[in-house]
Write a protein that binds this ligand. Sequence first.
Ligand SMILES: [Zn+2]
Length: 210
Amino acid sequence: MKSMAFDDAARALVETGRRLDARGWAPATAGNYSVRLDDGSFAVTVSGWHKGRLTPAGIMRIDGKGRAIGQNKPSAETALHLALYRLFPDVQAVLHGHSPEAVGLSRAAEGQSEWVFRGHEMLKAFPGNATHEAEIRLPIVENSQDMAVIDAAIAPRLLEPGAAPAYLIRSHGLYAWGKDLDEAERVLEATEWLIAAELAELGFRRAWKQ
Ligand SMILES: [Zn+2]
């Protein structure tokens, strides 16, 4: 897979931030994004930047251990991005958002460790899946301020058959990834769409029963 140089990655992440913020998935500086670079380091969003108002100055480089290259401070969740890059050597981009729908579903699914999508045409947006006649499982992990705790709980479940290239942190947000930034954005959009469609369906079913 083609890796990117820092300047190209920074420009692409600025554009990604504008689009994800426009969808309401990056409120109040929430979310963080990263790209694996061609020298083995990573481009990540700087802590505290509003993702709809990013400039290349809001993107920084870190090494494979998460140490800053330069003066800036990376997002607190950078460790979760690096854990995904270690787990999946082909992954080149990771996106994380805090949409109200993703967070709402994770809370409504209290006590559940996953949400299963079945029968949706949109399942074909996931890499390697060519049919709606599939079952794709979105793992849900409990939130923690200790990234090592989240990583230890979620990593084995991401390797299980049928797991989406995405997961939910309860009451927090959604992670998605791909073999390049476009694929990561497609997975994020597809997962957000599936969550919104299922929440709408649950609302209609409840209304019609009354
Ligand atoms: Zn977050």
